[in-house]
Design a protein around this ligand. Structure first.
Ligand SMILES: *Cc1c(COP(=O)(O)O)cnc(C)c1O
Length: 231
């Protein structure tokens, strides 16, 4: 199954090409999204050089962590129920989906209990879509400020899942809106808040996302092919 390593190579080259012409020229971190794909396939991707995998369901994530251990770094990228924080907070390097106070309280409680700092991105629903998680743009700054009260949460940036649209102009405006939000938060110079990551861009839109300033992209189907959710 050579195709996986070929796809990874191709994705990496495309990322690099876009990065060079992007507004910031910053390095871009690739998060390989492995949801629905089995461990042997993920192992091929690891052999092909990927360093970080993203999963969106707690049970699937913990099962993969059990099997793959420290062969790779794990990110939680999907909606996270508060009662499941305990299963993952010590094993993931980054949670991309912090989007509400109740979840922050639970993460803080768990982090405090074991003296761990939990790294998180604040998820933003930049297109204000009913079906999507994340805070609305105008809610983000006060939320980030509130996080100062939680010493076991480290905010490392913001994340979004952009609207799935053919309207490239609108899509680009959404990504720009994320960049300006990141800059607004940076200007506040909050203690302990380190706006280093802007996680946006997936298989179908990562090029535009990087052009506008994403430095973390989450790519699944472009590497592994289409997902089969019926399994
Ligand atoms: C599935 C998923 C991705 C990857 O989507 P692809 O279109 O397969 O690249 C990225 N981010 C999140 C939050 C996801 O759930």
């Amino acid at each position: 199954m050579l195709y996986i390593s070929e796809n990874i190579q191709k994705v990496k080259e495309e990322i690099e090409e876009v990065r060079k012409r992007s507004l910031t020229g910053e390095p871009v971190e690739l998060i390989t999204v492995t949801k629905t794909f089995d461990v042997p396939i993920i192992e091929q991707a690891i052999d092909a050089g990927i360093k970080i995998i993203g999963e969106n369901k707690v049970q699937e994530l913990t099962s993969k962590i059990e099997q793959l251990n420290d062969k790779v770094i794990y990110h939680m990228i999907g909606n996270l129920q508060s009662n499941k924080v305990k299963y993952i907070y010590q094993d993931v390097a980054l949670i991309h989906s912090l989007d509400r106070l109740s979840l922050a309280k639970e993460i803080e409680k768990r982090g405090k209990s074991t003296d761990d700092i939990v790294h998180c991105l604040v998820q933003v629903n930049i297109g204000k879509e009913k079906t999507k998680g994340g805070l609305y743009r105008e809610e983000v700054l006060p939320f980030v400020e509130k996080m100062m009260e939680f010493p076991h949460i480290q905010i490392d940036g913001i994340m979004t899942v952009a609207p799935n649209t053919e309207d490239i102009k609108y899509l680009r405006s959404c990504f720009r809106n994320m960049v300006s939000l990141k800059e607004e938060i940076e200007r506040e110079k909050f203690d302990r808040i380190n706006m280093q990551y802007l996680s946006m861009g997936m298989s179908h839109d990562f090029e535009i996302a990087i052009e506008e300033g994403a430095n973390m992209v989450r790519i699944g189907s472009k590497i592994f092919g289409n997902r089969d959710y019926s399994k």
